[in-house]
Design a protein around this ligand. Structure first.
Ligand code: PBG
Ligand code: ZN
Length: 323
């Protein structure tokens, strides 16, 4: 006997009719890593298919992305010079400000999100200015610098600002900075619940942003904490964030669901570098059907409650969705 479950799984058309969760190309934001120079397109060993690119190459990449139907990117910069405060990130001619200008000029229809943090720009690799006594990031000086960085990005033409540094009060500070600078129309996508995760390892190779000492546990969250994870996103919602985020994604789908249920804002997940590399390496070793595992992973994010997926797989997913 077929029962009420199996009789609905027999016909493929009926299976499609009954599918509860769907992936769309519009769900995705694709990360780009920009380095100064020309004609640079350097693949990263730990992340096959991911490149450090110079601005001219990033412009070509935007054409490829748009042809796939991807119109949102998030930018990370690899500056020529790093210093103790991360000056390049607050300079109108820094790597990201220059990239935004070039991209918006050639691709005005591309929605350009910028990661707002200092770890790629500081010589010590931490996400802000260091307090010499505590030997960790000084919260409030870093907030002032984040305001500067946000205004620099907005002036250059960024469409949305995404602070990833996990400083207390960062949304209030950045909102004030943007509003005061005449950028009240620019939304903030907060990395509101970001864990201190070993899954960021490959990213730090690409972005050249490993901390030179210690780790990020005095600002990023303990992976063991669920209640605190919810509180972090609730706080950012109250501070005026426009979109919330959980990062990493795969090991934190319970938190995605929790935040979806406890907050009203749209929710993004960041399918991080280590998650991407695991699938790539497993595929290389011939132990998984890469495309199927990738799509199953993406639908899992949506089912858990994500509205937006930031992923290095976005191009491959789009190609499959379009086929
Ligand atoms: C910067 C930042 C990181 C990632 C996104 N923004 C690295 C970190 O916090 O160390 C990680 C993304 C990834 O692993 O793909 N703060
Ligand atoms: Zn950082």
């Amino acid at each position: 006997m077929f029962t009420r479950f199996r009789r609905k799984r027999l016909n493929p058309v009926l299976r499609d009719l009954l599918q509860e969760t769907h992936l769309r190309v519009d769900d995705f934001i694709y990360p780009l890593f920009i380095k100064s120079g020309e004609g640079i397109k350097k693949e990263v060993d730990s992340m096959p298919g991911v490149f450090q690119m110079s601005i001219d190459e990033a412009l070509k990449e935007c054409t490829v992305l748009k042809n796939l139907g991807i119109f949102s990117i998030i930018l990370f910069g690899i500056p020529d010079t790093k210093d103790s405060v991360g000056s390049d990130a607050m300079c109108d001619h820094g790597i990201i400000a220059s990239s935004i200008r070039a991209i918006k000029e050639e691709h005005p229809d591309m929605f350009v999100v910028t990661d707002l943090c200092f770890c790629e720009y500081t010589d010590h690799g931490h996400c802000g200015v260091l307090d010499p006594i505590l030997e960790t990031v000084d919260n409030d000086i870093t907030l002032t610098n984040l305001q500067k960085q946000a205004v620099v990005h907005a002036k250059a033409g960024a469409d949305m600002i995404a602070p990833s540094g996990m400083m207390d009060g960062m949304i209030t500070a950045i909102r004030e900075g943007l509003d005061g600078g005449g950028f009240s129309h620019i939304p903030i996508m907060s990395y509101s619940t970001k864990f201190s995760s070993a899954y960021y390892g490959p990213f730090r190779d690409v972005a050249e942003s490993s901390p030179s000492f210690g780790d990020r546990r005095s600002y990023q969250m303990n992976p063991a904490n669920r209640k605190e994870a919810i509180l972090e996103s609730i706080a950012d919602e109250k501070e005026g964030a426009d979109i919330l985020m959980v990062k990493p994604a795969l090991a934190y789908l319970d938190i995605v669901r929790d935040i979806k249920e406890n907050c009203s804002l749209p929710l993004a997940v960041y399918n991080v570098s280590g998650e991407y590399s695991m699938l790539k390496m497993a595929a290389k070793a011939g132990v998984i059907d890469y495309e199927k595992v990738m799509m199953e992973t993406m639908i899992g994010f949506k089912r858990a409650g994500a509205d937006i997926i930031i992923s290095y797989h976005a191009k491959e997913v789009a190609a499959l969705l379009n086929s």
